[in-house]
Design a protein around this ligand. Sequence first.
Ligand code: ATP
Length: 448
Amino acid sequence: MSNADAAKSPYPWRMDDLVSLCARRGFIFPSSEIYGGINGFWDYGPLGVELKNNLKALWWQRVVRERDDVEGLDSSIICHPRTWEASGHVEHFSDPMVDCRACKKRFRADQLDDAGPCPAREGTSEHDFTEVRRFNLMLKTFIGASEDAAAVAYLRAETCQSIFTDFRRVKDTSRQKIPFGIAQIGKAFRNEINPRNFTFRSREFEQAELEFFIHPSEREKWFAHWLDERQRFHRELGFTADRLRIRAHAPDELAHYAKAAADIEFLFPFGWQEIEGVHDRGDWDLRRHTEYSGKDLSVTDEETKERFTPMVIETSVGIDRTALALLVHGYEEQTLPDGETRTLLRLHPALAPIKVAVLPLSKKLAEPAQKLALELRRRFTTFYDESGNIGRRYRRQDEVGTPFCVTYDFESGTDGKVTVRERDAMAQDRISLEGVQAYLRDRLEVVL
Ligand code: ATP
C-alpha cells in the first residue's frame, strides 16, 4: 500500500496488521514461503481454506442449487487453444507496460501513480521509462513432448469460456430452455504485471462465474435482475451499505461487444475496488465460438420457431477478493472496558472457519469436554483447546472469527450445563449439555 493509499484508508488499522494476522493464524500466507515466496501466488492455510470453501458453498447454494434455471459445470483449466483465439484473448488480453531503464522494474503504464521513486538514479528519483508496450496476460504452457508453437496452450484467464464452448452439451443434457444459466467456480490465471495489495491482485485466483443465456429482447430485464441478486448476496455476507457500491461503466469503458456493465465495489484500505463484475456480453461469445468451431450455437424457440443466438448476462466474482473483503470488513482492534484490547474478526457465522470452540476450564475436565467436542464435530467445524488461561483462549478464538465458545467448568459435571459465549457482545448463556447442539444449530444454520 502506498502512503497516499494509507492516508485515505477509512480503517483505523494498517493493512499490514491484517496481513500479519492472516499469516500468524494460518489464513493466508505466501506460496512457497520457505523459498522466499513467489510474487502473486498465495496459499490458504487451515482456516483460510475453510473460509473460502464456506464462501464458495454459499455462492453455489444461491446461484445454482436454489434455482431451477441454473446448471453447474466443472470444466478443465486448459482447453483447446482455439478457444482463446475466438474469445479475443490471444489478440487483445493485454495491459500497457513500461520498464525503467535504471532500476529495471516493470510497471503498468496506467498505474504509474503508484510506481514510487526510482532507487537507482543519481540526482533524481524519477524513473527512466521505456516506450509503452502491450503485454499479454495469459500464462502459456506446452502440451505433449515437444515445446514448439503447435504445442502451446494457455492456463485459462477466466473460467467462463468453457461455459460457452460447453453451452450446447449442457443445454441438451439438462433439457433447459432459454432463459437459463451455467455456473462454474474455478481457478483462473493472469500474468499480472504488478501483483499487489495482498491477494487482491494475484496471478492465480478463483472466480465464481455465471453466464445467463437469454432472448435478445430481454437484456435490460435480466441485467437488472442479476445486478440486484448479486448485490443482495454481498449484503447477505454482512457487508454494510457504506462499504459497498455499484459503479456503472461509462459507454467508453465498455468492451466493444458489451451493452452494459457494472462493477460491485468494496471499500478496501487501499480504496474502492472491484470485487465483482456484472456484464451484458451480448451474443459476442456464442457467435465467435460458432465462427471459430464451425458448430452452430444458435437455438430455436419452440413456440415461435424463431432461430437466434442467445445473448448473455454474466456475473463474475473473485473468491479471493471477496474473502479479502470479508477479512477487511470483519477485522477490528477493540478496546475493552478494562482497558485491554482484543482483536476480533466479525465474520458471518455461516462463513466463519471454526463455528464452535470447546474449552474445558481445567485440563482435569478434558475427558467430558472432549466427549462434547466429538459430538459437536459431527455437525459443526469444532476446535478443542485446553491450553492457557480461559481469557487467552477466548481471545484466540475472537481473532479468527469463531462465533461461539463452549466452556465446560467444574459445575458442568453436576448440573449438566455449560457456558456458551458469543463472540461479538461476549454475552454468556448457561445451557444444558443436551441443548448445545440445538442452540448452535439455531444460531449457525440461518443462512445455509
Ligand atoms: P481488474 O480491472 O481489477 O483487473 P477485471 O475487470 O479484469 O479486474 P474481470 O475480468 O471482470 O476483472 O474478472 C472478474 C473478477 O475476477 C473480478 O471482479 C475480480 O474479483 C476477479 N479478478 C480478476 N483479476 C484478478 C486478479 N488478478 N486477482 C484476483 N482476483 C481477480
